[in-house]
Design a protein around this ligand. Structure first.
Ligand SMILES: *[C@@H]1O[C@H](CO)[C@@H](O)[C@H](O)[C@H]1NC(C)=O
Length: 167
């Protein structure tokens, strides 16, 4: 075999290997190795619906999902209360995950934005949102809760930003 032919064969083999690993040949692990850490030096976030630290290894694909609100595909705003819109925003985050072959178990980070956030009334809604993204192992993503003066329009009351990873 000539050197040029050898290079050609190797290139094809490497390309085939890359393509095979890209599709995982049916043997992809279910999730990248995501570790949820609540170190003893910080308070334990689990009871508050988040992990202080999340690390991920074996990451092949990183996913950034734009802030999801309670809107349909038109987009019309669905729901008039914070509670109703939380359900709509949660459902849209799950639709976005599904669109790229990910699940709640693949989420590493979230930000919850609430318009005119009022801790006296809104904490249970925050709990509903964080619980919706609890992993099958009972862990939560690292997260922030951010009260804002307004979202894109006055009708929108909650927006959820999500980052996920796939192996
Ligand atoms: C954090 O709290 C959760 C729930 O109370 C508990 O299961 C977990 O073991 C705690 N983690 C640490 C590191 O203490």
């Amino acid at each position: 075999m000539s050197a040029a032919r050898l290079v050609q064969v190797l290139a094809i083999a490497i390309f085939a290997a890359v393509v095979a690993s890209d599709t995982c040949d049916g043997a992809c692990p279910a999730s990248a190795e995501i570790e949820h850490i609540n170190p003893p030096s910080l308070f334990n976030g689990t009871d508050f619906g988040f992990a202080q630290i999340v690390t991920a290894t074996n990451v092949r694909k990183k996913i950034w999902i734009s802030g999801q609100t309670s809107q349909d595909t038109v987009p019309n705003v669905l729901g008039r209360t914070l509670d109703e819109q939380a359900d709509g925003a949660i459902a849209n985050v799950k639709r976005a995950l599904e669109a790229v072959g990910a699940t709640v178990d693949d989420i590493v980070h979230q930000q919850i934005f609430i318009a005119n956030y009022n801790p006296d009334t809104d904490i249970p809604i925050v709990g509903k949102v964080t619980n919706a993204f609890k992993t099958s192992n009972g862990n939560f993503p690292s997260a922030e809760l951010i009260g804002v003066q307004s979202l894109f329009t006055r009708e929108l009351l909650i927006e959820i930003y999500t980052e996920a990873v796939l192996p």
